[in-house]
Design a protein around this ligand. Structure first.
Ligand SMILES: Nc1ncnc2c1ncn2[C@@H]1O[C@H](COP(=O)(O)OP(=O)(O)OP(=O)(O)O)[C@@H](O)[C@H]1O
Ligand SMILES: [Mg+2]
Length: 342
């Protein structure tokens, strides 16, 4: 059976890095593992074996059982149209200028398209573990509501009102065009645009059945998956992590990344009275304050929620190869990979 692990959290907290490291740990534990990643740094992509940033799974040349693929979080509205509308309708949708406008104003569409890709891999039966680096729609949590929002967009009340409760036939388009809301638009903007709007809404509506069914599957996958929220002790990432609880999404694990080791709270005594030693000591004093601040934020978080917490140390070098990723996991404190079924 395929188990999914979703690595989510605010921007820049280390999601992509941790997804790669957890994927490596899963492959080392003997699971056939796919890391679905978004926009990895060039060197990390190379370490994962993603030379050509492929959309299809590529085996890692250095680790058996580890595969990686890119989740395409950009060119995806076209993919949605192609997947859920007949070819001629999809073509018409994609070339309709309104389509681009909707795609631009509705960022959940990108997250939704990525979720569809994730579902395809989860349903392929090829993998023991799929580790998903969630795309940055607008903070990690949007990934979880994208399916519902997409359904709402294509099947929602406004669209139903404009296009009629049931799909109108081709001739029904003229009735749509006769609706007051669109007649007003016609008066303001001119006839050809009105026709485009009517056709667009009609075409978009044909995708409803497909998207609606897929959205239900995606929600089921998300509910079954293990969710890891990555944060740091900074205000932005903490706010993002708290939103998961506010929305009633219960993560399996919270990881505090870029943690400073508690030992640093008590800096070494000066070894000599030279200026270098004093400077070093001052510096360690400063880090000592930061260590205590971080520890307070973590303790406060632990006091509020029962979720197991883990910390990943702040490494001196960016972990961008398999050794670096292994070290990252080895340096983690309280990280119980069994929670993620790894
Ligand atoms: N524990 C760590 N120690 C040192 N550097 C780290 C650590 N974790 C991540 N980094 C570095 O921090 C940077 C950001 O990490 P990463 O790209 O994984 O974050 P992200 O959450 O995926 O960002 P985005 O939201 O932009 O996708 C990278 O350069 C990465 O190598
Ligand atoms: Mg990333």
């Amino acid at each position: 059976m395929t188990e999914a692990v979703l690595i989510t959290g605010g921007g820049g907290v280390g999601k992509t890095t941790i997804a790669a490291a957890v994927g490596l740990a899963a492959a080392e534990a003997g699971h056939r593992t796919l890391v679905l990643t978004v926009d990895p740094a060039r060197r990390l992509a190379t370490a994962l074996g993603l030379e050509d940033l492929a959309n299809h799974p590529e085996p890692n040349p250095k680790q058996d059982g580890l595969y990686a693929a890119m989740l395409d979080s950009a060119a995806s509205w076209d993919a949605i149209a192609r997947r859920h509308a007949p070819p001629d309708v999809a073509e018409r949708l994609i070339t309709n200028p309104l389509f681009e406008a909707v795609a631009r104003r509705f960022p959940s569409g990108q997250a939704y398209a990525a979720a569809e890709e994730m579902a395809t891999h989860l349903e392929s039966g090829e993998w023991d573990r799929v580790i998903v680096d969630t795309p940055p729609a607008a903070g990690g949590i949007e990934f979880f509501s994208a399916a519902a929002r997409m359904r709402e967009l294509v099947g929602g009340r406004l669209l139903r009102w404009l296009t009629g409760a049931r799909l109108p036939g081709r001739r029904g388009l003229f009735n749509i065009a006769g609706r007051p809301a669109l007649r007003l638009a016609d008066a303001l903007l001119g006839g050809p645009l009105l026709e485009q709007v009517a056709e667009f809404l009609f075409d978009l509506r044909t995708t409803y059945d497909g998207i609606s069914a897929k959205a239900i599957d995606i929600d089921a996958h998300l509910r079954k998956a293990s969710t890891v929220v990555v944060a740091t002790t900074d205000a932005g990432p903490i706010r993002e992590a708290l939103r998961f609880y506010q929305e009633g999404l219960d993560p399996e694990l919270v990881i505090f990344n870029r943690t400073l080791p508690l030992e640093w709270a008590d800096p070494f005594q000066p070894i000599e009275n030279g200026r270098t030693a004093v400077a070093l000591n001052n510096n360690l004093d400063r880090w000592g304050l930061e260590v205590r601040r971080q520890a307070d934020v973590r303790a406060d978080f632990a006091g509020r929620f029962p979720t197991p917490l883990a910390s990943i140390m702040w490494m001196a070098e960016s972990p961008v190869d398999l050794d670096g990723l292994s070290r990252l996991i080895a340096e983690a404190r309280d990280l119980d990979l069994k929670l993620l079924r790894i």
